[in-house]
Design a protein around this ligand. Structure first.
Ligand SMILES: Cc1cc2nc3c(=O)[nH]c(=O)nc-3n(C[C@H](O)[C@H](O)[C@H](O)COP(=O)(O)OP(=O)(O)OC[C@H]3O[C@@H](n4cnc5c(N)ncnc54)[C@H](O)[C@@H]3O)c2cc1C
Length: 360
């Protein structure tokens, strides 16, 4: 029997959308071109705040502030139902390079966001291994992080328990439309049909969408490296000059990331390795004593202002999208999924859908 919803793409956007719809009793199949959740969602850092949040449009901030309240409950529910801990940790975020025009202070006060400026002595007390060059940092204690692969694994396990079906290694090549309705989607192995279809294709979403001009998402490569450090070397996330360090529970430290406009190329480079290493050592000199375990790249679903597309196709009644989250797919994932489910299930929406509308 055909499901109520067919979701194309099993990254964080597809999984969270499926979760919202499954919680409302819908039947769902998720189809992915490769193994589930191995693209941007797997590659990302999992900082649960936009970097320099004051730089973003209010449309992104609204999704962030709503989502921020959900992560603790989400983690608890996932641990209870699957026994997989997504390691959502309240590590807090230190920021080194603040704007001189007061825009950060204005944003923090406007949203009543918990923060504190800390100077040399307090920095040493909180993070003794950080470079001695830091004399003032902004401290955002409420910012959390997630361990992406664990969160994705837990979501998959939970969705399986809820009866969601997964079809992997099945690239969708066409959305078949007749009389302003999708009748099927064409995969490599089969045709699939459902009552409704949702594009959660990350950086590939525009390729799938019937009208490319309506939904503009482009791949933006980001490279990361992972140090095998020891627990306690660094306990807070830190952001400096666009680069960040994320300490995991087991002591490993992620360092990211580059921003590269190079199409769908996902190769890693020595140049990025050198530059990420330099940023890491400048921030936390002791990292020189630890090996680099891994380097990888992922393709962010880039949009002009980082505002995602959430909603229905303006002319095709059973086609919708939740994509284009750029650097913030985890940060704003819960609100994006909930908003789309509200729209599709005709519920009162958690916020206005207009800033995210497709073809507006
Ligand atoms: C280096 C890096 C660091 C990041 N750090 C953070 C961070 O700290 N915090 C944060 O919130 N965000 C971060 N991001 C961004 C975040 O990872 C993305 O916004 C998010 O993963 C997007 O999720 P998605 O599900 O929309 O896309 P994806 O995870 O890319 O999932 C899309 C899925 O669609 C599938 N698909 C595509 N085309 C087809 C097709 N034709 N047929 C079938 N399936 C298809 C793909 O295989 C893929 O599994 C980072 C990204 C990168 C690369």
């Amino acid at each position: 029997m055909s499901p109520d919803f067919l979701i194309i793409g099993g990254g964080i956007s597809g999984l969270l959308t499926a979760r919202e719809l499954a919680n409302a009793g819908a039947s769902i199949t998720i189809i992915d071109k490769s193994a589930l959740s191995r693209e941007s969602s797997w590659a990302g850092g999992g900082i649960l705040s936009p970097l320099y949040p004051w730089r973003y449009d209010d449309a992104v901030t609204a999704l962030f502030l709503w989502s921020q309240k959900q992560f603790t409950d989400l983690a608890a529910q996932l641990v209870e139902s699957t026994a997989i801990d997504p390691e959502i940790l309240s590590s807090g975020l230190l920021i080194a390079d603040l704007p001189k025009d007061g825009s950060s202070e204005a944003w923090l006060n406007r949203f009543n966001f918990s923060h504190k400026k800390i100077a040399t002595e307090q920095i040493r007390a909180i993070a003794p291994s950080l470079s001695e060059s830091y004399s003032e940092l902004l401290w955002l204690p409420s910012i959390k992080q997630a361990r992406n692969p664990r969160l994705l694994q837990a979501l998959r396990a939970e969705l399986t328990l809820k009866g969601v079906r997964f079809i992997e290694h099945e690239p969708i090549s066409e959305i078949v439309i007749k009389d302003h309705r999708v009748t099927a989607i064409k995969g490599k192995h089969s045709l699939y049909s459902a009552s409704q279809y949702i594009v959660c294709g990350g950086a590939w979403s525009s390729r799938l969408w019937p009208d490319k001009k309506q939904l503009k998402v482009e791949p933006v490569k980001g490279q990361m490296i992972l140090f095998k450090a020891k627990p306690g070397l660094l306990n807070q996330m830190i952001l400096d000059s666009g680069r960040y360090l994320i300490p995991r529970k087991d002591g490993r430290i992620l360092v990211g990331s580059t921003i590269e406009y190079s199409g769908f190329d996902k190769s890693i480079t020595d140049e990025a390795l050198k530059s990420l290493k330099q940023s890491a050592y400048a921030c936390l000199p002791d990292l020189k004593d630890y090996p680099i375990e891994k380097q990888w790249a992922g393709l962010r679903p880039g949009t002009e202002k980082g505002i995602p597309y959430i909603g229905k196709h303006p002319g095709i009644e059973n086609l919708s999208a939740n994509c284009g989250h750029f650097r913030n797919g985890f940060v704003i994932g819960p609100a994006s999924a909930r908003l789309l489910a509200d729209i599709l299930l005709d519920r009162a929406p958690i916020m206005s859908h207009e800033p995210y509308s497709i073809g507006s």
